[in-house]
Design a binder for this molecule. Structure first.
Ligand SMILES: [Zn+2]
Length: 309
């Protein structure tokens, strides 16, 4: 094998944010409302002045939604066709993401899979070189259609595989089922994905801080405080809370302190007895890993937790 060394950086290449570029894989069965959710994520990013790149793999579906997304998504919107992004097109996805990074430097990444794709398999692309160099936390968000779950349609096979590998489950279209049945529907999904936080939505109008939690240095930015509240349809309200964590806490103590909070998301940097750790929590799962280099001092010792109000 001959390998030619390729220049990975150019003088004007922008550096990724300290914690990397957050990435979501949006999956869900046919008719779950993935495209509507992605449109909401595009609008939200525009309101926050953030660049969102969307890669869509709506395999074999009608083109009308694509046209709408194209209009809303602008130059950071790429369609991948000719196969499934979780198995056949993994190299194409890798190249597309790297190309998006080099050309538009997105602040956030969303990959919308087709209704038959498996989110975990898609997520694995984010752990590959060279994109793992600049991608931060990557999560699988699985959208489930409340009406489909209520009717017990197609709950085995692909649907169950998708839900069981979700980091976050969005129970969408909750306006189409009786309100008193929602607890039962959540139980069905929770059996498939016991550790995944679950949020309810109508037309994909989720509170985006649950999927893209702010970091401590972002919550104090003035841009955010002027953000208009445009979440008219959510049944649930979330709050973000900043926690100060004392130095030299052991990783075990830290996890013990965080788990009872029952936060949907936790993110930040803590100076533990075993050194600096990047702390990322999704529901009861709290992960500690090596922090990125060149951390601003003010990020250390602070965690942001997103919780139900
Ligand atoms: Zn596939």
């Amino acid at each position: 094998m001959t390998t030619e060394s390729t220049a990975m950086s150019s003088p004007n290449e922008s550096t990724p944010p300290v914690l990397g570029v957050p990435a979501l894989v949006v999956s869900g069965f046919l008719g779950a409302g993935k495209t509507t959710l992605v449109k909401h994520l595009i609008t939200d990013a525009q309101e926050r002045g953030l660049k969102l790149a969307v890669v869509s793999n709506e395999f074999g579906e009608l083109g009308i939604d694509k046209a709408l997304l194209q209009e809303a998504g602008g130059p950071g919107y790429v369609e991948l066709e000719g196969g499934c992004v979780c198995c056949q097109l993994t190299n194409e996805l890798l190249e597309t993401l790297q190309n998006l990074w080099e050309t538009i430097h997105p602040d956030r990444i969303v990959v919308e899979t087709s209704g038959v794709a498996l989110p975990f398999e898609t997520l694995m692309t984010f752990w590959r070189e060279p994109i793992t160099e600049w991608v931060g936390e990557s999560l699988a968000v699985v959208v489930a259609n409340a009406e489909q779950v209520a009717e017990g349609r197609d709950l085995e096979g692909t649907f169950e595989q998708q839900v069981s590998s979700a980091d976050i489950v969005v129970l969408n279209k909750v306006d189409l089922v009786p309100e008193d049945s929602l607890g039962k529907l959540e139980d069905i999904l929770q059996d498939m994905a016991p550790d995944a936080p679950m949020i309810q939505s109508i037309q994909g109008q989720i509170d985006t801080t649950v999927v893209f939690p702010p970091t401590s240095n972002q919550t104090i930015s003035p841009k955010r405080t002027s953000k208009p509240e445009l979440i008219p349809h959510t049944h649930e309200a979330f709050e973000s809370q900043e926690l100060s964590i004392p130095q030299n806490i052991t990783p075990e103590q830290l996890v013990q302190q965080l788990q009872p909070l029952q936060a949907l998301r936790i993110k930040g940097i803590v100076n533990t007895s075993q050194g600096l750790k990047l702390v990322q929590g999704v529901g009861p799962r709290i992960d500690l890993s090596a922090p990125p280099p060149n951390l601003p001092q003010e990020m250390i010792g602070r965690l942001v937790a997103i919780r139900r109000k």
